[in-house]
Design a binder for this molecule. Structure first.
Ligand code: ADP
Length: 253
């Protein structure tokens, strides 16, 4: 395969994707994808529509199970684990906030949904939600409903909801997709600062090259289910690993 770059050795990686293949009937949405993500790294999955980005993110989340290969999270095999057992937080484009619930209830949802023996006491839930609202800089908005917030604020509530379960890994699917250009720029800057402040290992999907190159520590480029290249932005520009990468990076630059 064409990929360059395991960032770290297996024992140190936050995420190891090892030869992952995912089939939908005759279609291979992912073909033997292999790469590592270091703890605290911010990695973008970039590629044209249909290249397998969302499928890969869903495999990391545990929403899809691979037909071949394995996924390790913090050194442990997570391949067969269900979503609720792998401690990942995710913000998917179409996984919107619950509109009939307040901001507080939205963020508390994941904690309240836990089995009784792992569910925090109500006072602890209140404290935790308060901390999360401060973290995403929305303190004081806990009684609002999603309809009373701007698009950027809603995305930050979705992020707080994902963080409530104290995830090891944060997965974001086109986190800026539905927003207008100005809010998109602001939120992009905010996500980078947030990442630098909190150090969560983060993987996000985008089809926007500028977004990927500006935000991510490393960019993974997918094409027809294959990982064409993973590397830092400059390296991808200067040393594209395949004709596809040359064309793709050139086209949208
Ligand atoms: P991207 O996120 O890069 O646009 P996807 O991961 O959504 O790509 O899709 C990769 C390929 O897998 C596409 O050809 C898509 O049609 C197909 N695919 C994705 N999900 C399913 C599914 N649940 N059933 C059948 N085909 C799917």
């Amino acid at each position: 395969m064409n990929s360059t770059g395991a960032a770290v050795t297996e024992g140190e990686a936050a995420i190891v994707v090892d030869g992952v293949t995912k089939l939908f009937g005759p279609l291979a949405a992912l073909r033997e994808v292999t790469f590592d993500i270091a703890p605290g790294e911010l990695v973008a999955l970039l590629g044209p529509s249909g290249s397998g980005k969302t499928t890969l993110l869903r495999v990391l989340a545990g929403l899809e199970h691979p037909d071949g290969g394995r996924v390790l999270i913090d050194g442990a095999d997570a391949t067969g684990l269900r979503v609720q057992d792998r401690q990942v937080g995710f913000v998917f484009q179409h996984y919107a906030l619950f509109r009939h619930m307040s901001v507080f209830e939205n963020i508390a949802y994941g904690l309240r949904a836990r089995p009784r023996r792992r569910r925090p006491a109500e006072a602890d839930i209140r404290r935790r939600v308060g901390e999360l609202l401060d973290l995403v800089q929305l303190g004081g908005l806990d009684a609002r409903y999603p309809g009373q917030l701007s698009g950027g604020q809603r995305q930050r509530v979705a992020l707080a909801r994902a963080l409530a379960i104290e995830p090891r890994v944060l997965l974001l699917d086109e986190p800026f997709g539905a927003l207008d250009a100005k809010v998109r720029r602001e939120l992009r800057r905010w996500i980078r600062e947030f990442h630098d402040r909190t150090g969560h290992t983060t993987v996000f999907v985008t089809h926007d090259q500028d977004e990927a190159l500006e935000l991510a520590d490393r960019v993974a480029i997918l094409h027809k289910g294959r990982l064409e290249q993973i590397g830092v932005a400059d390296d991808i520009h200067d040393n594209p690993a395949s004709p596809f990468v040359t064309t793709f990076v050139g086209e949208t630059a």
